[in-house]
Design a protein around this ligand. Structure first.
Ligand code: HEM
Length: 223
């Protein structure tokens, strides 16, 4: 999934990223195996919550890579954008699959009309679905062949990852019944990341950071 470094081996950061991204899935499987209470009482809801949370966190982390490089000049995070985005898609796909089974499985056969109705009758499910469609398109085109074929359009298409982020946050805000603090935190973080992408802001941050580094280096060499 991720590009390897020049020696064709994983960097520690890449290893941590892959292990961390797979952790929620392993944890879910483990809890299921162990018969954890929440999963016994309401397995579909609990699994939906967990996979939804993993999807939004990984999507946010994927979106955070470029701003982290802008703020701290930490280039090592840039190759993590793609695997993190793909993992976000993986959890969103499992999340949707659980939703399909939960809403469409009627007496051992899959009723797609029931899935369609469940998706379109609730506004939060509809925006979640829109976010999922974007993540699907991005995952399908996150390969060298699509990059070569789509050229400039590839970049244009992959900018939609921000739209997916906004839709995922709206999905979360709309589905919570009372306490919207958690989805709002994602919303604030997403807004900061979007602001940092504005070319003028980005240029100012990079210049300020470079000036500070030069100042520190000059002070260190004169002392
Ligand atoms: C096909 C699209 C989707 C459908 C039908 C869907 C449906 C749902 C449902 C039914 C719930 C539980 C609501 C409840 O019981 O109160 C939920 C929760 C959630 N979903 Fe989705 N979702 C979709 C896509 C997404 C995507 C793409 C993301 C993130 C990238 C996402 C993130 C979340 C989050 C964060 C939660 C709440 C988890 C929590 O409260 O701990 N969903 N979704």
């Amino acid at each position: 999934m991720a590009k390897r470094n020049a020696k064709n081996s994983w960097t520690p950061l890449q290893i941590i990223t892959h292990l961390g991204a797979l952790f929620p899935l392993v944890w879910l499987a483990w809890d299921f195996w162990q018969g954890q209470t929440a999963l016994l009482i309401n397995p579909f809801q609990e699994a939906t919550f967990r996979t939804g949370k993993a999807a939004i966190i990984l999507l946010m982390l994927s979106l955070a890579c470029t701003p982290v490089n802008t703020l701290f000049g930490f280039k090592q995070v840039l190759p993590l954008r793609k695997p993190l985005g793909n993992y976000a898609f993986m959890y969103a796909a499992i999340h949707f699959l659980i939703f399909i089974v939960d809403n469409g499985l009627v007496s051992n056969s899959l009723n797609l009309w029931a899935v369609y109705e469940a998706t379109f009758e609730k506004r939060y499910a509809l925006v979640g679905f829109a976010a999922f469609v974007i993540l699907l398109a991005l995952a399908l085109t996150s390969n060298q062949w699509s990059m070569r074929t789509l050229r400039k359009n590839w970049k244009r298409l992959h900018r939609f990852v921000y739209t997916a982020g906004v839709l995922a946050v709206i999905h979360f805000i709309w589905l919570v019944k009372s306490d919207i603090r958690e989805p709002l935190i994602y919303g604030v973080l997403l807004t900061i990341m979007l602001v940092l992408r504005i070319p003028a802001v980005r240029k100012w941050v990079v210049n300020t950071r470079q000036n500070l580094t030069r100042g520190r280096q000059a002070a260190a060499s004169s002392s």
